[in-house]
Design a protein around this ligand. Structure first.
Ligand code: PHE
Length: 340
């Protein structure tokens, strides 16, 4: 009996000291079906008959004490939740969550794609990690050819045959290999070059390259396609000119310039006082390239072109430093929310 009384005294102290806010945890521990109160009630059967009455009173009183504590915990919890609810003022204006905007490179890329889609070009994509064949050899750039220096890149150390593609011409090779002709595709994507980062060069940038292969495709088709593109992109007053150039995968090859958008051709800093700015490389697909990809070069001809999206974007928006595109500064990026 004395032991029971001591036990109850200790428990009451423990309960009085409970100040955790969790009324439910309290109920489970003390008042639940496997709780302490129920458990200690079971002690009655061990109490000597002459003590039963006193023990009954003691236990009953303990039960009431515990229930009262539970009640008070419930009350505290309720008060707290009403206090929290009333501290919210539903009439205040909500927090402004700013919406993001498309990156200027994506805006211009989408614009380029939509212009060529209207001419019947489909979009083709391929891997950024390429093998030597698709990036170089198939494009008439055999190993040790000096023209590879034009496009130095990063190699994957596990396998010397793997590299980061230097242009999306590799995607064109993959499409030609499929052997389904005619081919009329544009290949947008990220490309890599081993260049020192500056305002005009970066170790990665974005390209859209194009390829059209069918019977009787001529340089005149190339010119007209690109002329349509620049007019849609930069406006109907823009002029174009072609300068002879060299690419291993095209013959003849050319560089295309547009009349300077700033000075309209009279000469300024942007066009270095020439009146013209270069925007892309192009040419007629070299017969070796067609043959490397299993296409009969006596039957089919084709043109190809490739442009840097950064360059087009810089011209379109008068951006002077290429590094701005990858710095993720929202003050720069949010200036391009409107559609191009
Ligand atoms: N692949 C060339 C480059 O990245 C661009 C190009 C494509 C030139 C097709 C001619 C024809 O520099």
């Amino acid at each position: 009996m004395e032991q029971l009384a001591n036990q109850i005294t200790a428990l009451k102290e423990e309960i009085a000291a409970w100040n955790g806010g969790d009324a439910e945890a309290f109920r489970i521990k003390y008042l639940g079906t496997k709780g302490i109160v129920k458990n200690i009630m079971g002690e009655m059967k061990n109490v000597a008959p002459e003590n039963k009455k006193a023990a009954g009173q003691l236990l009953n009183e303990f039960k009431i004490f515990t229930e009262a504590k539970h009640e008070s915990l419930l009350q505290v919890a309720e008060e707290q939740s009403t206090a929290a609810a009333s501290s919210i003022d539903f009439t205040l204006p909500g927090d402004n969550i700013p919406l993001g905007s498309r990156h200027p490179i994506s805006l211009v890329k989408n614009k380029i794609i939509s212009i060529f889609q209207r001419l019947g070009f489909a979009v083709a994509e391929g891997p950024e990690i390429e093998d030597d064949f698709h990036n170089f050899s198939a494009l008439n750039l055999p190993e040790n050819h000096p023209a590879r220096d034009m496009q130095d890149t990063f190699y994957i150390s596990q396998n010397p045959d793997w590299l980061l593609r230097t242009h999306t011409s590799s995607v064109q090779v993959r499409e030609m290999e499929k052997g389904k002709l005619p081919i009329r595709i544009i290949c947008p994507g990220r490309v890599y070059r081993n260049e020192t980062i500056s305002a005009r060069a970066h170790c990665f940038f974005h390209q859209v390259e194009g390829l059209y292969i069918a019977e009787n495709v001529s340089f005149a088709d190339l010119k007209q396609t690109l002329y349509f593109f620049v007019q849609e992109m930069f406006g109907s007053t823009v002029k174009i000119r072609f300068r002879p150039s060299y690419f291993p995968f095209t013959e003849p090859s050319a560089e295309m310039d547009i009349s300077c958008l700033i000075c309209g051709g009279s000469g300024c800093n942007v066009c270095k006082h020439t009146g013209w700015v270069e925007i892309l490389g192009c040419g007629m697909v070299h017969p070796n390239v067609l043959e490397n990809c299993g296409i009969d070069s006596n039957k089919y001809t084709g043109f190809a072109f490739g442009m840097g999206i950064e360059r087009i974007t810089m011209l379109k928006y008068q951006i002077k430093d290429l590094r701005l595109f990858s710095e993720n500064d929202v003050r720069f990026l949010k200036q391009f929310t409107s559609a191009v």
